[in-house]
Design a protein around this ligand. Structure first.
Ligand code: ADP
Ligand code: MG
Length: 137
Protein backbone atom coordinates (compact mmCIF):
# COMPACT_ATOMS: atom_id res chain seq x y z
CA UNK A 1 0.00 0.00 0.00
CA UNK A 2 1.21 3.49 -0.81
CA UNK A 3 -0.19 7.02 -1.02
CA UNK A 4 -0.32 9.78 -3.56
CA UNK A 5 -1.68 13.31 -3.69
CA UNK A 6 -4.47 14.51 -6.00
CA UNK A 7 -6.20 17.79 -6.83
CA UNK A 8 -9.54 18.19 -8.54
CA UNK A 9 -8.67 21.52 -10.19
CA UNK A 10 -10.89 24.64 -10.32
CA UNK A 11 -12.16 23.99 -13.88
CA UNK A 12 -13.54 20.60 -12.82
CA UNK A 13 -14.99 21.79 -9.49
CA UNK A 14 -16.75 24.67 -11.27
CA UNK A 15 -18.31 22.27 -13.80
CA UNK A 16 -19.55 20.02 -10.96
CA UNK A 17 -17.32 17.12 -11.93
CA UNK A 18 -16.07 16.47 -8.37
CA UNK A 19 -18.29 13.44 -7.77
CA UNK A 20 -17.53 11.96 -11.15
CA UNK A 21 -13.77 12.25 -10.54
CA UNK A 22 -14.08 10.70 -7.05
CA UNK A 23 -15.89 7.76 -8.70
CA UNK A 24 -12.99 7.45 -11.16
CA UNK A 25 -10.60 7.19 -8.18
CA UNK A 26 -12.71 4.61 -6.37
CA UNK A 27 -13.49 2.54 -9.45
CA UNK A 28 -9.73 2.16 -9.95
CA UNK A 29 -9.43 0.62 -6.48
CA UNK A 30 -7.95 3.70 -4.81
CA UNK A 31 -9.22 4.74 -1.37
CA UNK A 32 -9.77 8.43 -0.53
CA UNK A 33 -8.01 8.63 2.87
CA UNK A 34 -8.21 12.46 3.14
CA UNK A 35 -10.13 15.15 1.24
CA UNK A 36 -11.05 18.82 1.58
CA UNK A 37 -12.24 21.77 -0.50
CA UNK A 38 -9.97 24.83 -0.56
CA UNK A 39 -9.69 28.15 -2.34
CA UNK A 40 -5.92 28.57 -2.72
CA UNK A 41 -4.34 31.99 -2.49
CA UNK A 42 -1.95 32.93 -5.28
CA UNK A 43 0.93 32.49 -2.78
CA UNK A 44 -0.23 29.00 -1.79
CA UNK A 45 -0.45 28.01 -5.47
CA UNK A 46 3.06 29.41 -6.05
CA UNK A 47 4.42 27.39 -3.13
CA UNK A 48 2.77 24.23 -4.37
CA UNK A 49 4.11 24.64 -7.93
CA UNK A 50 7.53 26.03 -6.87
CA UNK A 51 9.31 23.51 -9.12
CA UNK A 52 7.77 25.30 -12.15
CA UNK A 53 8.64 28.87 -11.01
CA UNK A 54 11.05 29.47 -13.92
CA UNK A 55 8.56 28.30 -16.57
CA UNK A 56 6.75 30.75 -18.84
CA UNK A 57 3.35 29.41 -17.82
CA UNK A 58 3.95 29.80 -14.04
CA UNK A 59 2.02 33.09 -13.66
CA UNK A 60 -0.99 31.85 -15.61
CA UNK A 61 -0.93 28.46 -13.87
CA UNK A 62 -0.89 29.91 -10.37
CA UNK A 63 -3.60 32.48 -11.25
CA UNK A 64 -5.80 29.69 -12.62
CA UNK A 65 -5.17 27.44 -9.60
CA UNK A 66 -6.19 30.28 -7.27
CA UNK A 67 -9.18 31.38 -9.42
CA UNK A 68 -11.76 29.24 -7.60
CA UNK A 69 -12.17 26.35 -5.20
CA UNK A 70 -10.38 23.07 -5.74
CA UNK A 71 -10.59 19.74 -3.91
CA UNK A 72 -7.38 18.23 -2.56
CA UNK A 73 -7.09 14.58 -1.60
CA UNK A 74 -4.81 11.79 -0.49
CA UNK A 75 -5.31 8.48 -2.29
CA UNK A 76 -4.15 5.13 -0.99
CA UNK A 77 -3.76 1.80 -2.75
CA UNK A 78 -1.36 -0.53 -4.45
CA UNK A 79 1.04 1.58 -6.56
CA UNK A 80 -1.16 4.60 -5.86
CA UNK A 81 1.25 7.15 -7.38
CA UNK A 82 1.72 5.61 -10.86
CA UNK A 83 -1.85 4.29 -10.87
CA UNK A 84 -3.38 7.75 -10.35
CA UNK A 85 -1.11 9.24 -13.05
CA UNK A 86 -2.30 6.52 -15.47
CA UNK A 87 -5.97 7.26 -14.74
CA UNK A 88 -5.38 11.02 -15.20
CA UNK A 89 -3.73 10.70 -18.61
CA UNK A 90 -1.14 12.92 -20.30
CA UNK A 91 -0.69 16.57 -19.24
CA UNK A 92 -2.03 17.82 -22.58
CA UNK A 93 -5.54 16.39 -23.05
CA UNK A 94 -4.92 16.36 -26.80
CA UNK A 95 -2.30 13.65 -26.17
CA UNK A 96 -4.19 11.79 -23.42
CA UNK A 97 -5.33 8.22 -24.05
CA UNK A 98 -9.05 7.48 -24.47
CA UNK A 99 -10.73 6.65 -21.17
CA UNK A 100 -8.43 8.85 -19.08
CA UNK A 101 -9.83 11.74 -17.05
CA UNK A 102 -7.95 14.38 -19.00
CA UNK A 103 -9.08 12.98 -22.35
CA UNK A 104 -12.71 12.81 -21.25
CA UNK A 105 -13.03 15.94 -19.08
CA UNK A 106 -10.17 18.43 -19.50
CA UNK A 107 -10.69 21.82 -21.14
CA UNK A 108 -7.13 22.42 -22.40
CA UNK A 109 -3.43 22.05 -21.51
CA UNK A 110 -3.72 24.43 -18.54
CA UNK A 111 -7.26 23.62 -17.37
CA UNK A 112 -6.64 19.91 -17.35
CA UNK A 113 -8.99 19.08 -14.46
CA UNK A 114 -6.71 17.02 -12.19
CA UNK A 115 -3.29 16.92 -10.56
CA UNK A 116 -1.31 13.88 -9.46
CA UNK A 117 2.13 13.61 -7.86
CA UNK A 118 4.87 12.70 -10.34
CA UNK A 119 6.90 10.52 -7.89
CA UNK A 120 6.78 9.06 -4.39
CA UNK A 121 9.04 11.91 -3.21
CA UNK A 122 6.69 14.55 -4.65
CA UNK A 123 3.72 12.71 -3.13
CA UNK A 124 5.21 12.95 0.37
CA UNK A 125 5.97 16.68 -0.04
CA UNK A 126 2.56 17.47 -1.54
CA UNK A 127 0.59 15.53 1.08
CA UNK A 128 2.47 17.35 3.85
CA UNK A 129 1.81 20.72 2.12
CA UNK A 130 -1.96 20.30 2.58
CA UNK A 131 -2.62 17.74 5.32
CA UNK A 132 -1.43 17.00 8.83
CA UNK A 133 -0.85 13.35 9.74
CA UNK A 134 -4.04 13.48 11.88
CA UNK A 135 -6.17 14.32 8.82
CA UNK A 136 -5.16 11.23 6.85
CA UNK A 137 -7.25 8.28 7.96
P1 ADP B 1 1.38 17.42 -14.76
O1 ADP B 1 0.22 18.14 -14.11
O2 ADP B 1 0.90 16.42 -15.77
O3 ADP B 1 2.35 16.83 -13.78
P2 ADP B 1 3.36 19.52 -15.18
O4 ADP B 1 3.84 19.23 -13.82
O5 ADP B 1 4.36 19.54 -16.30
O6 ADP B 1 2.19 18.52 -15.62
O7 ADP B 1 2.63 20.94 -15.22
C1 ADP B 1 1.82 21.35 -14.13
C2 ADP B 1 0.57 21.97 -14.68
O8 ADP B 1 0.91 23.19 -15.36
C3 ADP B 1 -0.17 21.15 -15.75
O9 ADP B 1 -1.01 20.16 -15.20
C4 ADP B 1 -0.96 22.22 -16.47
O10 ADP B 1 -2.11 22.63 -15.72
C5 ADP B 1 0.04 23.37 -16.49
N1 ADP B 1 0.89 23.37 -17.69
C6 ADP B 1 1.89 22.51 -17.99
N2 ADP B 1 2.48 22.84 -19.15
C7 ADP B 1 1.86 23.95 -19.60
C8 ADP B 1 2.01 24.79 -20.75
N3 ADP B 1 2.94 24.55 -21.68
N4 ADP B 1 1.17 25.84 -20.87
C9 ADP B 1 0.23 26.10 -19.94
N5 ADP B 1 0.03 25.36 -18.83
C10 ADP B 1 0.83 24.29 -18.66
MG1 MG C 1 3.57 17.76 -12.41
Amino acid sequence: MSRTFAIIKPDAVERKLTGKIISWMENAGLTVVAMKRLHLTKKQAEGFYAEHSARGFFGDLTSYMSSGPCVVAVLEGENAQPKWRDIMGATNPANAAPGTIRKELAVDLEKNSVHGSDSETSAAREIAYFFSELEVV
